[in-house]
Design a protein around this ligand. Structure first.
Ligand SMILES: [Zn+2]
Length: 257
């Protein structure tokens, strides 16, 4: 009787041991995963949530330090120095007069933004609007030259209303484009572009391609810039649609204003 039962008991014991070891190994692996840094976890979660996603991993600053100082009459913080890291909020790169970019930040043109831009320009053309992006990614050095030229021409206060100081330009993100109509170059960089059928088409449809009109009318106190009918920023279509729906600025959407 005993001898007959022995193989059965042994078999049962081996099965239990196997199940236990599988359980232990599985738990160990899961623990290792959850020990990965919060930042990585957030990045992955964000990336899964926001489709289409940006290509590079995002450094997510959930609660960026709000500056204690008040901006000066040009919208800049007094004695502000450029940071060593760019500011991301919920995976969105922010560049404005309060949250500048490092001088070393040089990502080049964002390929996802370029692809979306090209699709938007094709769609515009199908409606009879020959749009062109006449300015896109600008390096820190190029922005330095540009800004200094404007200051020499118009003075710093005037230049600060329409041109960003080096490190403060959204063009340095590789996600912003200045758009105008081919053949109507005289309207490039003017408010009037926004009144043309082409400018109106862009304003109405940009969000479908992931773009927002970055500096809308009457929002200078929030964005730090006067109305720019030509400056569009890529944020991805889900976010762009939400921002458009709520008629808010990127600053308001990200909770920094
Ligand atoms: Zn621009």
């Amino acid at each position: 009787m005993k001898n007959k039962r022995l193989p059965l008991i042994l078999g049962a014991l081996i099965s239990v041991a196997l199940i236990v070891s599988i359980f232990v190994v599985y738990n160990y692996k899961n623990n290792q995963k959850s020990n990965a840094s919060d930042e990585q976890k957030l990045t992955t979660e964000q990336a899964e949530k926001d489709s289409p996603t940006m290509e590079e991993p995002k450094k997510t600053t959930e609660n960026p330090v709000k500056p204690e100082q008040q901006p000066d009459e040009n919208g800049y913080l007094p004695n502000q120095t450029l940071p060593t890291e760019p500011t991301y909020i919920n995976g969105i790169l922010l560049a404005n007069k309060i949250y500048p970019l490092p001088s070393t930040f040089a990502p080049g043109e964002n390929p996802e933004a370029r692809q979306a831009l090209d699709q938007m320009l094709v769609a515009a053309k199908q409606q009879g609007f020959d749009l062109v992006a006449f300015s896109g990614y600008r390096s820190f050095d190029y922005q330095t030259k540009l800004y200094n030229n404007y200051v020499n021409r118009d003075g710093q206060a005037a230049a600060d209303r329409y041109s960003a100081r080096p490190g403060y330009s959204e063009h340095q993100t590789g996600l912003a484009f200045d758009i105008g109509e081919r053949g109507k170059e005289d309207l490039w960089l003017t408010e009037e572009f926004g009144e043309t059928p082409a400018g109106q088409w862009l304003m109405t449809h940009a969000q479908d391609f992931g773009f927002i009109l970055r500096f809308p009318k009457d929002k200078e106190d929030i964005t730090g810039y006067m109305y720019e009918s030509w400056h569009y920023r890529y944020v991805g279509s889900d976010k762009a649609k939400e921002i458009k729906k709520q008629s808010i600025t990127l600053e308001e959407y990200l909770g920094v204003k």
